[in-house]
Design a protein around this ligand. Structure first.
Ligand SMILES: *Cc1c(COP(=O)(O)O)cnc(C)c1O
Length: 392
């Protein structure tokens, strides 16, 4: 057998026989979609996160969209988020015709800066441009300062959607992310690079029953089959469902939910393995001229990503050189993220370079190196070795 030189990725899924069996069972059953497995996945997730309601959808992008719709985001409203995130965190506002603005990041956690947020809110209050929704993104799996955001939300009257696409299995002040103690809605992603996967998939969690019912309708055409949500009609016009608002087809299939349920069994194990890998990087990279991801003591990260920061200096290697070396040696690192407003589409909306200096600096210096449960010791040693060669 020849040696196949496979690239080491920055992240990948871990699928075992139990996952495959769970999917096959659904494939052989009567319901591939709209069966009993999606509700089971939702109930399991809600009980894991200690939250009242969970609404499964076909992606986290859809979850963000229905979350904004449920919170009545519309054309005259603003949604604020961090620029250091995936475009979906702000696109959800544009889907609703709303306006988007960005709050620069904290240079230590890379999450939304509370100082910038609070200054910007004070200015917006004077201008009458306060946001309706703020979307804190738990970058790399480390929670934002949710207690501070909660206080600001009460002071200024905005709603909070936690973008926890990276952060399932992580904790804040000892409680699992997803409990919505400091937010109206939390969303998860089950894309294969994330912590657990359903192929494509996402979930929206909330403790508010009205929001949960609205999200359930928005994910399925605006249709309800609950009599209490229907409009009263003459008796001969009783149908088993009514469309009461304009929704979408954002449903998750039972095939996906079966995979998600099975993956949940190993969720804590996955996060535990990610911690072991992160710990080894912390130790083995400590002597190099780079910055390892600082962790706030209130947080327990799910370590979706492990970004190193390569400080630019006259005689030091640049991010690009380290990137090229890793790539050449077969390690496929990635960059999370280009500030969203630097995307051509957002530049067309009027955003300019220099808008959020800390996010731009982070983008110039950071690289997400491989971290995922199936990363082997020898693969990780290889990554560490290349970094030592490139930077020592
Ligand atoms: C992956 C991701 C999303 C979107 O997730 P999908 O399930 O792919 O739609 C949203 N926000 C962040 C921060 C992400 O990383």
């Amino acid at each position: 057998m020849g040696v196949v030189n496979i690239m080491i990725q920055y992240g990948r899924q871990d699928i075992n026989q139990a996952d495959i069996d769970a999917v096959v069972t659904v494939l052989r059953s009567d319901y591939l979609t709209q069966g009993a497995t999606v509700p089971r996945f939702e109930i399991n997730m809600a009980s894991y996160c200690r939250v009242q309601h969970a609404v499964a959808v076909n992606s986290a992008t859809s979850a963000l969209h229905i979350a904004c719709l449920a919170l009545d985001l519309g054309p005259s409203d603003w949604l604020w988020t961090s620029p250091s995130t995936f475009v979906a965190s702000s696109n959800c506002a544009l889907f609703c015709g709303a306006k988007v603005d960005f709050v620069d990041i904290d240079p230590h956690t890379y999450n939304i800066s509370i100082e910038h947020l609070s200054n910007k809110l004070a200015r917006a209050e004077k201008d009458g441009t306060l946001p309706k929704i703020v979307v804190p993104v738990h970058l790399c799996g480390q929670s934002c300062d949710m207690a501070a955001i909660d206080l600001l939300s009460k002071q200024y009257g905005f709603k909070v959607i936690e973008d926890a696409a990276h952060a399932i299995g992580g904790k804040y002040k000892g409680e699992l992310i997803g409990g919505c103690r400091y937010s109206d809605i939390t969303i998860f992603s089950f894309h294969p690079v994330k912590i657990i996967t359903t192929g494509e998939g996402g979930m929206a969690l909330t403790n508010n029953q009205v929001l949960a019912e609205r999200m359930q309708r928005y994910r399925s055409h605006g249709i309800t089959s609950e009599t209490s949500q229907m409009q009263a009609r003459p008796l001969d016009e009783i149908w088993n469902y009514q469309q009461v608002s304009l929704g979408y087809n954002y449903r998750m299939t039972d095939i996906q939910a079966a995979l998600g349920l099975s993956q949940m069994e190993r969720l804590d194990e996955f996060v535990g393995k990610r911690h072991i890998i992160a710990q080894r990087y912390n130790e083995e990279l400590a002597s190099l001229p780079l910055k390892i991801p600082w962790q706030h003591p209130d947080t327990y990260s799910s370590y979706h990503l492990y970004p190193i920061r390569i400080t630019l200096g006259e005689d030091k290697k640049t991010q690009r050189q380290v990137y090229d070396t890793l790539q050449f040696e077969g390690v496929n690192v990635n960059l999370h993220y280009i500030p969203v407003y630097r995307q051509p589409y957002y530049e067309m909306l009027g955003f300019k370079m220099g808008y959020c200096p800390a996010a731009e600096q982070y983008h110039k210096e950071s690289l997400s190196i491989p971290i995922y449960p199936t990363l082997t010791d020898s693969e990780q040693r290889k990554v560490i070795h290349i970094l030592h060669e490139a930077l020592a």
